[in-house]
Design a protein around this ligand. Structure first.
Ligand code: HOZ
Length: 423
């Protein structure tokens, strides 16, 4: 694979940006590769400046559920650009997107649009603290909720990838209010609540964890979280930035969290996120209430337009999610057949990941114990075969509506080659 131009572009970028990138995992440094520099993307494919063509399972880390440059989204955006790119004033677009979100997430009675998942989770924490008058929060080791100080404690995703799950720069004073517990361990949660439940403002959780690889909730973990938080008057926050829209966790598990954080798909590939929940809680946000949060580009008309088009397609296309999930199952079953019991390939709807271990992965310790050297070799071989995967064990892969049967077959052929070399 020729990456000559990408290597030159990377060297140039390194002069200006830490690691040559604007988000650490993109540097590919943990898999000892040069990241292909992207020129464009269409459907399920992404193309680099060297002319290489890849089948893309990163999908901009989740948002591109329709595939890249979907015609309807692009057309709507072209028209929106002509009307101006930002007003810093209310538009009807914001209400339209909120209505669509509420159709899918009825628990979000009142919501606020923001620009990134980090902003959504950070703001939801502030609301939880402001509403309850309590300081402490509970999160789970290996879950990643963006990079605000309170949440960058025992975090997954890039923080775990680069061995800094609790970042320097987060003060002890802030970190001491964050209690990090093992995912899927309800006994640990109950113990902490028994010790200091009256000081805990909220539990924040990825109901389907995607930032330590894909880890599914087990043994009524989510239902038990709902019960224990209710008992102690703490809020339950579902961070569905990654799993949202692809999985309807709240309906499936019949759980109403107090607050929900959404991102990625909600902006259809443009910067947008949202937090919201019960009206009695959200009405405390300024200007209705005293809890402050604001943003110049919040509710930006381009992001609202891409979000509206994307959600409308999800809602209007018969069996959209069922078809997407079936396609993903075909890929996941194919990978299981190729690798056998030596690997784990968890799936949640159109999300999946691969762990090189024969043991089931239920938390961060299990994920970190999987063979990272095998992961690295797998990643490099797949890239050489034209399959673009997330360059870290602590991320998740996404299938889009644009992936074809031929894409899935080509991916499985590449996996056969990688498997032969690996195992
Ligand atoms: N680490 C984030 C996904 N879990 C975002 C990665 C990126 O955009 O580079």
């Amino acid at each position: 694979m020729n990456l000559e131009k990408s290597i030159a572009a990377f060297n140039c970028a390194k002069k200006f940006m830490p690691g040559g990138v604007n988000s650490p995992v993109r540097s590919f440094s943990n898999v000892d590769c040069t990241p292909p520099f992207i020129s464009h993307a269409k459907g399920s494919h992404i193309f680099d400046i060297d002319g290489n063509d890849y089948i893309d399972y990163v999908g901009s880390w989740g948002p591109m559920i329709l595939g890249h440059a979907h015609e309807k989204v692009v057309d709507a955006l072209k028209k929106a650009v002509e009307r101006g790119t930002s007003y810093g004033a209310p538009t009807e677009l914001e209400t339209r997107l909120a209505e669509l979100v509420q159709k899918i997430y009825p628990s979000m009675e009142v919501m606020r649009m923001v620009n990134s998942g980090t902003e959504a989770t950070m703001s939801a924490l502030r609301v939880a603290r402001g509403f309850t008058g309590r300081d402490k929060i509970v999160k789970f080791i290996g879950c990643y909720h963006g990079h605000s100080d309170s949440l960058l404690v025992n975090a997954g995703s890039g923080a775990a990838t680069f061995g800094e799950p609790s970042s320097p720069g987060v003060t002890k004073n802030i970190a001491q209010d964050t209690i990090a517990l093992p995912y899927n361990d309800i006994a640990a949660v109950e113990k902490v609540f028994a010790e200091c439940g009256e000081k805990i403002a909220c539990v924040i959780v990825e109901p389907i964890a995607g930032n330590m690889g894909l880890v599914l909730p087990e043994n009524n973990f989510l239902q038990n979280l709902r019960e224990v938080t209710k008992k102690f008057g703490a809020l339950l926050i579902f961070d569905e930035v990654m799993c949202g829209f692809r999985n309807n966790v709240q309906a499936e598990f019949k759980i109403t969290p107090d607050l929900t954080c959404l991102g990625k798909i909600i902006g259809g590939g443009l910067p947008c996120a949202c937090y919201g929940g019960k009206a009695e809680i959200m009405r405390n946000v300024s200007p209705d209430g005293k809890i402050y949060q604001a943003g110049t580009l919040s509710g930006n008309p381009l992001a609202m337009t891409a979000g509206i088009e994307t959600l409308q397609i999800l809602l209007d296309t018969p069996n959209f999610i069922e078809n997407l999930n079936a396609k993903t199952s075909k890929l996941v079953e194919g990978l299981k057949n190729i690798f056998g019991a030596k690997v784990q390939v968890p799936q949640a709807g159109s999300m999946f990941s691969i762990f090189f271990t024969d043991k089931k992965v239920a938390n961060y310790a299990d994920a970190a114990a999987a063979n990272q050297e095998h992961f690295k070799k797998w990643f490099v071989k797949m890239l050489e075969c034209g399959i673009y995967l997330a360059p870290s064990q602590f991320e998740t892969l996404f299938v889009s509506a644009a992936h074809t049967d031929a894409d899935i077959e080509k991916t499985l052929d590449a996996a056969k080659i990688a498997c032969k070399e690996l195992l």
